[in-house]
Design a protein around this ligand. Structure first.
Ligand code: FAD
Length: 314
């Protein structure tokens, strides 16, 4: 079983999500070869063959040319799976490749169970388990769902890949940053999230202080975003980001399925809720039954004091 992993490259840099494709292939038990449309300097540090197409020639974003490059790599390797990240680049390219190969496509894969792919459906309110029927399968995988051990480094075997003819059908103008401040929570090791239980915007600062004390980021459930307490880029869940930090602290979040799908891969979940029967208890390693506005300032003070003690001790 072999997987062709199509890495992502933006503004001259390999995206870390490319390594998550390797973690996915490992979990699948597939041999892997990688494809990067990028530069030699950014080739992923893995012990695998990496096909390299030069982004100077083929562009960073050109679905038409990129589709042809992916198909050229498919012809050489004849993989069973062709895997993209579930990003705007992956969404655009994957179906073009699937159509060209008449391959089945499974989008937004979050897990593999008994060799079957688990992916969201109905805006991720539900999960479906899919067994594709075609010999070749195209997949997109959700960011943060498959963790790669970043200490693992290898030496790639780089092979150049080129097209005999380069006639771009579109011109890439450039990237435009979104107006809102963008937070990439998928890379955070510690996330402290607020839910409706925070009560009002003025209380958010209390929770942000805990996130800062722990060197983490502030996340949120959808009601906290809808109320305008934080930006949409901080939303975690079905219609927000999927995260897998080492520590996730849920403050006043009930644990609706649409929230859980975005954070249940966290290593350690610490929940604070007034209601001991809140569904978040099902995924929490520790549930503290308390009022967040009482306990969070105490926790923050305790962390800061402990940190100072360690610092003074040298
Ligand atoms: C199509 C669709 C997509 C969605 N996408 C998302 C998504 O991406 N992310 C998401 O989060 N939701 C999403 N939702 C909404 C989701 O269904 C829930 O409504 C939402 O997650 C609930 O947010 P919450 O836990 O903050 O609020 P609530 O469910 O209202 O829970 C608040 C919790 O706070 C506790 N609480 C109250 N006061 C305190 C206090 N002082 N101290 C301690 N605890 C307290 C309560 O006991 C309660 O458990 C989606 C819904 C739909 C239909």
């Amino acid at each position: 079983m072999k997987a062709l992993l199509v890495c992502e490259y933006r503004e001259g840099k390999l995206l870390d999500s490319s390594y998550e494709l390797v973690a996915f292939a490992d979990k699948l038990g597939a041999d892997n070869v990688l494809l990067l449309i990028g530069s030699m300097a950014e080739v992923p540090r893995v012990n695998s063959t990496v096909y390299l197409a030069d982004a100077e020639i083929y562009g960073e974003y050109n679905p038409d040319l990129h589709k042809k490059i992916v198909l050229a790599a498919v012809e050489r390797e004849n993989p069973d799976y062709i895997v993209f990240g579930h990003s705007s680049w992956g969404w655009d390219l994957a179906p073009r490749v699937a159509t060209a190969l008449r391959a089945g496509q499974v989008s937004e894969v979050v897990d593999i169970v008994d060799g079957q792919f688990v992916a969201g459906i109905c805006n991720a309110k539900l999960r479906r388990t899919v067994t594709p029927k075609t010999d070749t399968v195209v997949l997109t995988i959700q960011s943060g769902a498959f963790n790669f051990d970043s200490t693992r480094q290898g030496t790639p075997l780089v092979e150049r890949i080129e097209l005999s003819e380069v006639i771009p059908s579109l011109e890439f103008i450039g990237y435009e940053p979104s107006e809102a401040k963008s937070v990439d929570l998928t890379r955070s090791e510690v996330i402290v999230s607020i839910g409706r239980g925070v009560g009002k915007k003025e209380n958010v600062a209390v929770i942000s202080a805990l996130a800062r004390a722990l060197g983490g980021e502030l996340g949120a459930s959808r009601p906290a975003v809808d109320a305008g307490w934080v930006e949409h880029c901080q939303q975690i869940g079905a219609t927000g980001q999927t995260v897998s930090p080492r520590l996730y602290i849920a403050c006043g979040i009930s644990g609706a399925i649409q929230h859980l799908v975005g954070m249940r891969e966290s290593d350690f979940v610490f929940a604070i809720n007034k209601d001991r029967d809140a569904p978040i208890a099902e995924v929490a390693d520790v549930l503290v039954v308390a009022d967040i506005m009482q306990i969070v300032p105490e926790l923050t003070a305790k962390f800061l004091k402990t940190e100072n003690t360690f610092r003074q001790a040298g």
